[in-house]
Design a protein around this ligand. Structure first.
Ligand code: IPE
Ligand code: IPE
Ligand code: MG
Length: 248
């Protein structure tokens, strides 16, 4: 019997928690517009709920939480907006890293860090190094991340190993591909949440979401708090996961 951790509402079955929750944090722009604020303030508001979401996932015993922070396509936004998002990455780690580390959270960055400005690259690398040995919640932050690019990268890594005589073509199976994704070693995504009512993946975790349950709350990301997270977990627990088979 799993120890019931506070604060888990009675409506959630602690035995059937999603092990891995992935969130597409969408709707900051619409939130800013709705509140007649500049877009950068929408993005800032979209970092203020992060602490409670991360802390709650850690407290209730979720193993992995993956957050989509910046896609490879988000470079297409204005320089002002990209700069604001990059600044928020620095601010987030400066203000949160001590507490995350104390809580035993292990940080992993998914995406191409080499394509980021130097200060962001350094802060992300330092967060990964500092928390590498932690054994609590695995907090994975997708920055300069694209799902297709991730699969291409895995194919190239494996092809290079074949070319070097280090592995055979036949040894390339689903597990080998999974082992060359940024998410190596993490459980499959069980629950994928995208806020703001949009219903698409936008190039997020294409390989890892094969059998994820998708939940699309209407809330804009800055309005998404722990009760909304719990509602998504309840919805997940109402789903019947068949993996191509029949319900028992
Ligand atoms: C999501 O909010 C945050 C990032 C993409 C970084 P958006 O900025 O996409 O918000 P909307 O979709 O314009 O409302
Ligand atoms: C996906 O949201 C990326 C992040 C949340 C970081 P977008 O708002 O960029 O996606 P599209 O453009 O609506 O598909
Ligand atoms: Mg959006």
């Amino acid at each position: 019997m799993t120890a019931i951790r506070y604060p888990l509402p009675a409506s959630i079955d602690p035995e059937r928690l999603p092990q891995h929750i992935a969130i597409i944090m969408d709707g900051n722009g619409r939130w800013a517009k709705k509140n007649k604020l500049k877009i950068a303030l929408g993005h800032r508001a979209g970092t203020e709920n992060l602490r409670e979401i991360i802390r709650n996932c850690s407290d209730i015993g979720v193993k992995a939480l993956t957050l989509y922070a910046f896609s490879t396509e988000n470079w297409n936004r204005s320089k002002t907006e990209v700069d604001a998002l990059m600044q928020l990455i620095l601010d987030f780690f400066h203000s949160e890293i001590d507490e995350l580390d104390e809580k035993g959270v292990r940080i992993l960055i998914l995406g191409d860090k080499s394509g980021l400005p130097e200060p962001q690259r350094l802060v992300l690398e330092q967060a990964e190094e500092r928390t590498a040995k932690n054994t609590g919640l695995s907090l994975n932050i997708a920055v300069n991340y694209g799902g297709r690019a991730e699969i291409v990268r895995a194919a190239q890594l494996l092809a290079a190993q074949v070319a070097a005589g280090e592995r055979t073509v036949d040894s390339i199976d689903e597990a080998a591909i999974a082992d060359h994704l940024y998410t190596k070693g993490l459980p499959e995504v069980d629950l994928l949440i995208r806020t703001s009512g949009e219903m698409r993946l936008s190039n997020f975790l294409l390989y890892q979401c094969s059998y994820a349950e998708f939940v699309f709350p209407e809330d804009l990301w800055p309005d998404f708090h722990v009760p909304q997270l719990h509602a998504c977990i309840e919805e997940f627990q109402r789903r019947s996961r068949r993996y191509g088979g029949r319900e028992e």
